[in-house]
Write a protein that binds this ligand. Structure first.
Ligand code: ADP
Ligand code: MG
Length: 777
């Protein structure tokens, strides 16, 4: 023990010397100068003091003021300076993998190191850390998984939870767990960091802990709402909410002809938008009335118009465009690549910013372009707070974000563009004032903004809770509903009950809410329970190879692309892979083809030809490896277990495994003369997403479809589906592997009664009799 202590002491001293040497070098000094210019640096002493005197501290400050890059570094430096360099262990969580990666790299640079020395990161699929790593950035999910095996976070000295204002489900969950952990680890320090913040809420949650506010420093941002934009371009909204042309070029001194053409473009776009909404109702300022204002109708014309005017006339500075979702970003990007702004692609650096970007792509976003080149970044709401692009001067905000929400009443997840909150709009605007006074263009009228909610609803209140409930059980945190009642804001009772009910139906929890064997295996796999079930059965039945692809495919963005203008071609391309009425098996075929092409170095061509996303294919490839190693961790397979054999690709076997995972997501296929209709027990009539291979046929020679997801848009749509037979549903639907055959049959009996399928009912009766006899023996 003494030898160990001596070793650690020597290492601590060494770290001190190294740190000092860097700060005294000329490059290190320059870096320090930069760091000192950040507002967070000025609060360094106050922050360190608060942390040493309190177990929990909350720190808030404007985005870009240096919270994420500086505060963990202050702690690390101060530990090293106090001779505890080799014994401290600081963990900082990030809601997104991209920020964990880019921030750790940035800090390593600021410390004159390469990644993996004192600073490292760990996210799902990858990580860089070494023996000496004392400051680790990870996603919130990674820390939660560590808590599974290490309930007291042994050896960890500081936990920092970043971006708590986003109120992600994992962050809210982590806060409950940490709050319970604190009394058991009195020396552990917890720091919560956030941009805009309802500070009181968090402070009182932890019993009135101190709040350190880093004073803001943004430049003024001139704000334009839709009416101001119109006015600036020579239009105004009249009392009747019509567009009125002033008939004169008031602004944007541009080539008159171009301007006139653009004006008519906006006019028609805005008119279209107004036609679909009643402006007068906006004055009532209710959330309902604004939901009929549809910024998508404005289309890209207005954005393109604004981009063009900025490129032509205004001062230098990067432009950041907040768009609704990834689809919009890629279509606008395609459009702008086909018809470059200013007619010259070399004068514009067009970048898209999304969660699964490669690091080389990431770096481009932070770099400054050459003189005369305009940087334009198309982003989703992730550019609101977690990454800071320094040279942004113009912001365009479309006002919406795609957000998962959950309709507890219908037990249906929805993915709909919804209005952002006032808080988000303010964040977006603030991005324009980082380096100099900026401008922000909101593509909606002020009265719509006035009706925004103040803050976005926390994720825990708007998503299904199944995985969360399993995690609560596996961390042995007691009764699910009791535990969730301790959250910052507790989810609806109905949503909790639905989740528990689901877990019981699939056999992960028993009647008294204890984890079953299946449930325990599922908690070891950090994927949705249904995907976990497929992996487990796939491993048991030796057909992992295709099942890994199915599961990976369900975890990434849909690899089958459907560009709006080439929809037919894309659907035809997907149909080639269509295989016996299954979207899941179509993906398996597409992936197998890609694998061969990729081997021959023609992966991109293959994707291009077949309307597949090369990025998704690569993600599937690496997820397959990840899932395989997770399965090894659970002990279900080992390095010698073959992941395929002669029967692995038997379609009926695969159908059975898919059915086992997706149950109770089933709907019955009701044939009529010309085609068929679909019905689920809960919703009645449902429709197939047009992307599904099953949507192309007028007949499906199977009585059931199992589906991964139903989405409520206007009607209820099923996304990917696989057709299954009666016997597959009977044998693999539900909880048969749990051994509770009786309960399983009862449940199926419920379905049968509902769907009145006499043949199946008969089969059920006879199967039941046989089983009864069997069990009596
Ligand atoms: P906060 O967490 O408060 O939003 P950050 O700590 O992320 O702020 O960033 C502080 C500043 O550090 C930014 O304004 C930017 O100037 C700089 N910075 C952060 N990340 C990078 C990077 N990857 N490359 C260059 N500069 C960066
Ligand atoms: Mg930050």
């Amino acid at each position: 023990k003494a030898a160990m202590e001596k070793l650690l002491w020597r290492r601590s001293m060494q770290l001190q010397t190294e740190q000092r040497a860097w700060q005294e070098s000329s490059e290190g000094f320059k870096m320090l100068e930069f760091r000192r210019s950040l507002p967070a640096y000025k609060e360094k002493d106050a922050i360190l003091n608060a942390i040493s005197q309190n177990q929990v501290v909350i720190i808030s400050g404007e985005t870009g003021c240096g919270k994420t890059t500086q505060i963990p570094q202050f702690i690390l430096e101060s530990e090293i300076n106090s001779g505890r360099g080799a014994t401290c262990s600081i963990i900082c969580t990030q809601p997104r993998r991209i920020s964990a990666m880019s921030v750790s790299e940035r800090i390593a640079t600021e410390r004159g190191e390469v990644l993996g020395e004192t600073v490292g990161y760990k996210v799902r699929l990858e990580g860089i850390k070494g023996r000496d790593t004392r400051l680790l950035f990870c996603t919130t999910g990674i820390l939660l998984r560590r808590l599974l095996v290490d309930r007291n976070l042994k050896g960890v000295t500081h936990v920092l939870v970043d971006e708590i204002h986003e109120r992600g489900m994992n962050e809210d969950f982590l806060l409950i767990v940490l709050k319970e952990l604190l009394p058991r680890r009195p020396e552990l320090r917890l720091v919560l960091m956030s941009a805009t913040l309802d500070g009181e809420l968090f402070s009182s949650y932890f019993g009135g802990v101190p709040l350190v506010q880093i004073p803001g420093f943004t430049h003024p941002v001139h704000t334009y709402f839709l009416e101001d934009i119109l006015e600036k371009s020579g239009y105004r909204l009249t009392a009747e909410n019509q567009i009125d042309d002033y008939g004169q070029d008031r602004t944007w001194k541009s080539n008159k002809q171009v301007l006139r053409k653009r004006k008519s473009q906006i006019a028609s776009a805005v008119e279209e938008a107004l036609g679909s909404a009643d402006f007068r109702e906006y004055s009532q300022q209710t959330r309902d009335s604004i939901s009929c204002w549809n910024p998508d109708c404005i289309g890209f014309n207005l954005i393109e118009f604004l981009l063009c005017s900025m490129c032509e006339n205004e001062n230098p500075g990067a432009i950041l465009v907040f768009m609704t979702g990834w689809d919009d970003i890629s279509s606008l990007k395609d459009k702008l690549q086909a018809h470059p702004l200013l007619g010259d692609p070399a004068r514009v650096l067009l970048l898209a910013c999304h969660g699964s970007m490669a690091s080389s792509e990431q770096r481009l976003i932070f770099e400054r372009p050459e003189a005369g080149v305009r940087k334009i970044v198309l982003a989703t709401n992730m550019a609101e707070t977690s990454i800071t692009i320094d040279d942004v001067v113009f912001v365009i905000d479309c006002g919406k974000a795609k957000e998962t929400s959950y309709d507890a009443l219908n037990n249906t997840p929805c993915l709909l563009p919804s209005w952002i909150s006032k808080g988000s709009a303010k964040q977006r605007r603030g991005r324009a004032g980082r380096v100099q006074p900026g401008e922000c263009y909101h593509l909606y009228p002020r009265c719509v903004f006035d009706a925004f909610a103040d803050y976005q609803l926390p994720e825990i209140l708007r998503t299904p809770l199944q995985s969360l409930c399993l995690q609560i059980k596996s961390l042995k945190l007691g009764s699910i509903s009791e535990f969730l009642s301790k959250a910052l804001q507790s989810p609806e009772l109905l949503a909790v009950q639905n989740a528990i009910e689901y877990l019981k139906i699939i056999g992960a929890l028993d009647e008294s809410e204890n984890l079953t064997v299946l449930g325990r295996y599922l908690t070891m796999l950090p994927v949705e329970p249904k995907l976990g079930k497929m992996l487990i059965l796939g491993a048991i039945l030796y057909c992992l190879d295709p099942i890994l692809t199915v599961v990976a495919g369900l975890s990434v963005r849909d690899p089958f692309l459907a560009p709006l203008d080439k929809k037919d071609l894309a659907e035809a391309a997907k149909a080639q892979f269509s295989c016996d009425y299954s979207d899941h098996l179509a993906l398996v075929r597409a992936y197998e083809g890609w694998k061969v092409a990729e081997h021959g170095l023609t992966g991109y061509e293959y994707c291009w030809k077949n309307f597949l996303s090369a990025q998704s294919m690569k993600a599937i490839d690496s997820l397959r490896r990840e899932f395989q190693s997770l399965l090894k961790d659970t002990g279900l397979i080992d390095s010698n277990t073959p992941i395929y054999n002669t029967w692995s690709y038997d379609e009926n076997l695969l159908r059975a495994v898919i059915c086992y995972g997706l149950y109770p997501g089933i709907c019955s296929v009701v044939h009529n003369e010309k085609s068929f209709s679909l019905k689920t027990m809960e919703d009645g009539q449902v429709l197939l997403h047009s992307n599904s291979v099953n949507a192309r046929d007028t007949k499906i020679p199977y009585p059931w479809l199992v589906f991964n997801e139903k989405i409520k848009v206007n009607s209820i749509f099923l996304r990917d589906s696989t057709a299954v037979s009666d016997s597959v549903l009977l044998l693999f639907g539900g909880s048969i592997l749990r051994g509770d055959i009786d309960g399983h049959l009862k449940m199926l009996g419920g379905y049968l009664e509902f769907f009145m399928e006499p043949a199946l009912a008969q089969m059920y009766q006879s199967l039941r009799r046989e089983l009864d006899e069997l069990f009596q023996c």
